[in-house]
Design a protein around this ligand. Sequence first.
Ligand SMILES: [Zn+2]
Length: 225
Amino acid sequence: MNGYTHMVIGGLCGGLPIALSIAERKLGFNIGGHLVYPFIGALPAIIGALGPDIDMPNSKAGKRLRSFLKAAMTLSGIGVLLLSIYIGVTGARFFDVLIPCAIFFGLSCCTTLFITMAKHRRETHSGLVLLILFMPNLYMLRFAQKGLFTGVLLSLWAGFCLGWLSHLLADTFNKKGVPWLYPFSKKYFRLAGFVTGTEGERLFRNFCIVLFVVIYAAIILIRIL
Ligand SMILES: [Zn+2]
């Protein structure tokens, strides 16, 4: 599926919890003592829906993330170098700045290496990567202090993960399919054979829009009636 289709389907999936919140007449849902706000998660769901295609250098997500990573690597790398020289020369104890800077540099290097080595529709389209991305939510639910800040952070990241999930589901209807169980299995799962950028994909996208509108209406009507 192309980027536009993924953004539409990501937005539609992000609309599901919103429909639920309208039906329940609640701004936020209590999950494990934290308030999660569906409205905040809608935009990250659209962004997350582009996420798995970072493995394509020419995709929207690929281009933006690569430029961001390049800037992050350069800035944090310069930061680590200058701080190390400064600490070496003056003996100042700036480790509380140097260590986070070095971790950020290491993470941006690892992510760059990962997306450069990733084959299209393989590593980033694995259910395992989605599971790893979802982990910060579980961590926050379990350990983070309850409050507005955590609630907003949870809403943003849960929305992003929902968008990422929508991408994998949408690609499952694509001709190539999705390696949900990679690296444990190299099998590509698919439910249909739509080819990216074709009339078939346009029909699939329109069908999803109608289907989701019906689901939203059903969710809201069931609660009201
Ligand atoms: Zn994809």
